[in-house]
Design a protein around this ligand. Structure first.
Ligand code: HEM
Length: 509
């Protein structure tokens, strides 16, 4: 059968047939504010029931990309909520447990080896570069993450009670078939402009590769121009063919999941200390804000440093993103550059955009982009002000953070490239600039170099690091729906799964 979908295609339209076989949330985020992820492995000898579970759950609850888009449209047109959203992600160990033939298993070597294998992995995407994820040893990960995991089921809704009801049904339906390794809740955070933020208060989830023509047009309609930076991406940035799927067009995507604990107090203390170092003890409030922006690459409300030295008013979903580090303001020169946005700033390290550092092999940095789908978590709820905004005066030292998730077509060339070659690497591109102050990890980090004012090429050394701790994670694959549904043709639903009938009734009533 001829292929109908060219993965080099950009700006696709909803309704394309291959989107009926692709899980939602990959090409466009599900957008719900409450999530719960259940991590489990199937018990020995339960292959038949395991396959029946995966097939029945998928048939009933996992929406296709097309269904997700149709639900979103219905919400916009009629105000009808799309209801509970779910994804099913499998590890390589799940494929081998289920006895899937080798030629139907996703091929990515990192997926097959698992995240723990990359902790101290000497192989590197850039020859000669000493890089590794530099994660804590698996023995230090939170309970469950380091054990045997076959499946991650993601459940999402704006109503946390629905999420919990679905979780209970999932766990009940797995009784006798599987062992639950861990549950992990996520909870979206918003600022006063109703834009999504992370726990330090910075707008997050802003700069994303866009796949649908409509999403690109939406940005333009909201006034986010694309003169300098074009966010569109080919499908091949996120998708690979799923050989286990039932059509030549069946596609899936690799998911990286990492629980990243944030020490908010430490971040805020270091932000203040940096402001004192750069601007003196009696610095202005605006200079304090500028110091934080130099850490992130954007001000709290999302104003990019590459464009502005002061925070500009921003409306809901209108955070500017139209820049590279060469245009409209040239900030790329190894000596005079990094004066607006420091070379090491989190957003600059993680997406240098077209900044090719004079290295022809790296001119197309766009190939390393990832599709971020993370959500904050609060294992201990944070204090909130009346109205629901976070109380910034109460700064947690842990138990909160980001459930970092990203989709990609190649884990080594995308997530690992960003973490190892850019974030953890202090002496690559523009010289010895230091690690990403937020997520960079290296045994003995050097001081980063910080401009002593906006657009000032005089720089001072200061070490900003260790505000995030990795608590566990894994590499997964989001298979096509036809692969999951085709795992079992059993018509009799295993008894525990009959709970789903009751759940259907509960959720619809
Ligand atoms: C707790 C950990 C993290 C925090 C608090 C954090 C925070 C942020 C913030 C505030 C932004 C700016 C807004 C935006 O463009 O969305 C951002 C952007 C970004 N982050 Fe993170 N992040 C974290 C972890 C990571 C990790 C692990 C990666 C990948 C290895 C990553 C990759 C990116 C990328 C690619 C961008 C977009 C840059 C751009 O396109 O301009 N982040 N992050």
């Amino acid at each position: 059968m001829p292929l109908t979908t060219d993965l080099s295609e950009e700006l696709i339209s909803p309704g394309a047939p291959f989107l009926d076989d692709l899980q939602g949330n990959i090409l466009k985020g599900h957008g719900r504010d409450h999530t719960l992820s259940v991590f489990f492995h199937f018990n020995a000898g339960q292959q038949v029931k395991a396959k029946a579970w995966l097939a029945s759950f998928t048939k009933r609850f996992v929406p296709s990309a097309n269904k997700q888009l149709a639900d979103t449209q219905l919400f916009k047109d009629e105000g009808l909520p799309g209801g509970i959203f779910t994804n099913v992600f499998l590890t390589h160990k799940c494929y081998t447990y289920l006895g899937i033939p080798e030629n139907k298993i996703p091929t990515d070597a990192k997926f097959r080896a698992g995240m723990a294998a990359s902790n101290n992995d000497p192989s590197t995407p850039i020859p000669g570069l000493n890089s590794s994820l530099n994660d804590p040893p698996v023995s230090d990960w939170e309970a469950g993450f380091g054990g045997l995991i076959h499946v991650m089921v993601l459940i999402a809704d704006d109503n946390p009670y629905f999420v919990r009801a679905m979780k209970r049904a999932v766990i009940f339906s797995l009784s006798g078939i599987a062992t639950i390794m861990r549950e992990q809740a996520g909870r979206g955070l918003r600022n006063a402009d109703d834009n999504g933020i992370e726990h330090n208060g910075y707008a997050d989830g802003v700069s994303q590769p866009l796949f649908y023509a409509k999403d690109v047009q939406n940005e333009l309609d909201k006034g986010i121009r694309h003169d300098h930076w074009q966010p569109q991406a080919p499908l091949s940035l996120a998708l690979v063919r799923d050989k286990g799927g039932k059509t030549p067009d069946s596609c899936g995507s690799y998911l990286v999941f990492r629980k990243l604990e944030q020490n908010v107090k430490s971040f805020k203390d270091k932000e203040k200390a940096l402001a004192v170092e750069l601007f003196g003890p009696s610095h202005t409030e605006a200079q304090g804000e500028l110091a934080g922006a130099m850490v992130v690459g954007r001000f709290e409300n999302g104003t990019p440093l590459a464009l502005d030295g002061i925070e500009k008013p921003i409306g809901k979903d209108q955070v500017p993103n139209d820049y590279t580090f060469e245009s409209p303001n040239n900030d790329s020169n190894n000596v005079t550059g990094g004066a607006r946005c420091p070379f090491h700033a989190h957003t600059r390290k993680n997406n240098p955009r077209t900044d090719g550092f004079g290295n022809p092999a790296l001119v197309d940095n766009k190939v390393h982009r990832i599709v971020r789908r993370g959500i904050p978590y609060e294992d201990v709820p944070r204090k909130r002000l009346p109205g629901g905004l976070l109380d910034d005066d109460v700064q947690p030292t842990g138990k909160v953070g980001l459930l970092f998730m990203c989709f990609q077509a190649n884990i080594f060339n995308q997530f690992e490239f960003i973490q190892r070659v850019w974030s953890n690497n202090e002496d690559f591109e523009h010289g010895a600039v230091g690690i990403s102050p937020i997520i960079g990890k290296t045994p003995t980090p050097i001081d980063q170099k910080w401009p002593v004012g906006y657009n000032n090429s005089v720089k001072k050394p200061f070490l900003f690091s260790d505000v995030v701790t990795m608590k566990g994670g894994g590499y997964f694959f989001a298979p096509s729906l036809s692969f999951l549904k085709g795992l079992s043709t059993a018509t009799a639903i295993p008894v525990p799964l009959q709970i789903f009938d009751k759940l259907d009734a509960f959720l619809v009533s």
